[in-house]
Design a protein around this ligand. Structure first.
Ligand code: ADP
Ligand code: MG
Length: 258
């Protein structure tokens, strides 16, 4: 069986007036169905480029991106994307924003309402269903964008630092919710973060990238069972993994700096 997501020798070069940047250099990665892969690495190492290639928003300069064995040709409904910057329609309420993708799927109005309510409730926004984005805080807008992505129930969730703008408490809460839904529904998840603790807490595997040019430096299996708990976060095993990965990330950042 082929992997759910497969990058084969993917290279991406950006050409602009200021010159040419090799953002990804022959990156190969297989993500199996139901895996939760996190991607860490210093700023500018090509994490977003890699995820956007999986999403079909960026075309590789060379190499192949496959989803379910088929070449990626633009975005598709089986891949949900959550960005760091909440992308909500400003003229729609929170509820209408969450319903938007369901409407496209042709879901009945009643089922749409129910589903939107369920996911707004999950992210703690039930009371704000009728609020417009401008009436929500940054963290609340992000939670709404997350509810919208969960609601359409895609097979694959591609997340680019989705919790980066949230306060620490909300962040832990969102991590646990994400893992709970992942355990129930076994979506395939690719999740970028610059927070090594978050990377370890969530993942079955952590992909560590190094910059200039962007390459996969190392892939680390996380041998902790699910559900993950706060006790695990405080365990020596967790600390060891976190420290080793943190060193790798900082080592590759220092090496790139000079
Ligand atoms: P990360 O998400 O890890 O911070 P990115 O994928 O955003 O990294 O960027 C990787 C490299 O490619 C960086 O050096 C960045 O400046 C460059 N880059 C990203 N997008 C563009 C673009 N549209 N045009 C030119 N260079 C880009
Ligand atoms: Mg990025």
């Amino acid at each position: 069986m082929s992997a759910m997501i497969s990058l084969r020798n993917v290279t991406k070069r950006y050409n602009s007036r200021r010159g040419s940047v090799l953002s990804l250099d022959r990156v190969s990665l297989d993500i199996e169905q139901g895996e939760f892969v996190t991607i860490v690495g210093p700023s500018g190492c090509g994490k977003s480029t890699m995820l956007n290639i999986m999403a079909g928003l960026i075309t590789p300069t060379s190499g192949d991106a496959l989803v379910n064995g088929r070449p990626v040709d633009g975005p598709g409904p089986e891949r949900g994307m959550i960005f760091q910057q909440y992308a909500l329609f400003p003229w729609l309420t929170a509820q209408q924003n969450v319903e938007f993708g369901l409407r496209i799927q042709g879901m009945s109005s009643r089922k749409r309402k129910e589903t939107a309510r369920h996911y707004l409730d999950l992210v703690g926004l039930a009371k704000f269903a009728d609020a417009l984005p401008k009436e929500l805080s940054g963290g609340m807008k992000q939670r709404c964008a997350i509810a919208r992505a969960y609601a359409v129930n895609p097979e694959i969730l591609l997340m680019d630092e989705p919790f980066g703008a949230l306060d620490a408490m909300t962040r832990v809460h969102m991590q646990d919710d994400l893992l709970a839904t992942w355990q129930q529904e076994r979506r395939t998840c690719a999740f970028i973060t610059h927070d090594v603790e978050e990377a370890v807490y969530l993942a079955t595997r952590v992909v560590i990238m190094s910059p200039h040019p962007g390459r996969i430096a190392r892939i680390v299996d996380v041998p902790l069972e699910y559900p993950r708990t706060e006790e695990m976060r405080l365990s020596p095993e967790f600390a060891e993994l976190r420290t080793a990965i943190w060193r790798d990330v900082h080592h590759s950042a220092d090496a790139a700096a000079g």
